[in-house]
Design a protein around this ligand. Sequence first.
Ligand code: HSE
Length: 312
Amino acid sequence: MIDSVKVFAPASVANLACGFDVLGLALESPGDEIIARLNPTRIGLTISAITGDEGRLPWDIEFNTAGYAAHRFLEAIGQANLGIDLEIHKKMPFGSGLGSSAASAVGAVYAVGQLLGGEWSKKDLLPFAVLGEQQADGAYHADNVAPSLFGGIVLIRDNQTLDVLQLPVPGDLTVAVIHPQIEILTKEARSILSSSVPLRDMILQTGNMGSFLAGLYTNDYDRIHRSVMDVVIEPQRAKQIPHFYTVKSIAEKSGALGCSISGSGPSIFAFCRGPEHAEQLAQRMADVYSAHGIAVDVFSGSINHVGVQTIG
Ligand code: HSE
């Protein structure tokens, strides 16, 4: 048996405008690095190192997203007493809307699964990673976890049963992502949402969602362009993100295939065609925040097709 595994778990963009809680994609970067190591001198799972978190993450496995997910998995396979050290190296911002807690949970369960022989499929690990996400934001949703685990664009038909499906990704589809450095916690961004949706909006949203999927299956970029729209969640959350509509209008004028809030925000994503368009647009979107003295990260680029993977 190997005694140490290091994995990379990618960041993700959830919702993709028309699919609140049911659509998400994985990004090439950023992502978290998690190391799981056998430690025969200890009993049970221990968090032995955390870096890049500015001292914010809990070290108690019951309160740490990664620790919680890995511990639930170890319990389920009857290995909760096995001495394992977990190192969490955060490489992405908190409260960014880029699936930071999901990446940590995914990285932890995958690293532990690989350490113990790798006999569990990613699908087997999914429920445990979602439990880690739930520990962080109080809701059981897989739209960040599933893309971080599997890669690509993922549909979650039902979050309770975790009926998930990887969707085809048209070859030219890229994504521009910016992260203005304002913190929005998912828990709070969920609490402001109205619990009812007007019938008219439900009709528009389901039409766009079905059409978006058809666009992915048929490589129809015009259809994707017409469908990446959110009439339900975006109007409620945009108020929390200064300059959101300025950024969106820049994306629309540049020919983006759609622009909306990434997950619960404040990150903003735009679908583009080709890496150059994504790179140039992300910079122009970021310039809006720089001009207002708000620090901003740029993560433009490709969609990650493999999801979490072993890197050492
Ligand atoms: N679907 C979730 C939400 C994703 O928007 O609240 C959180 O990143």
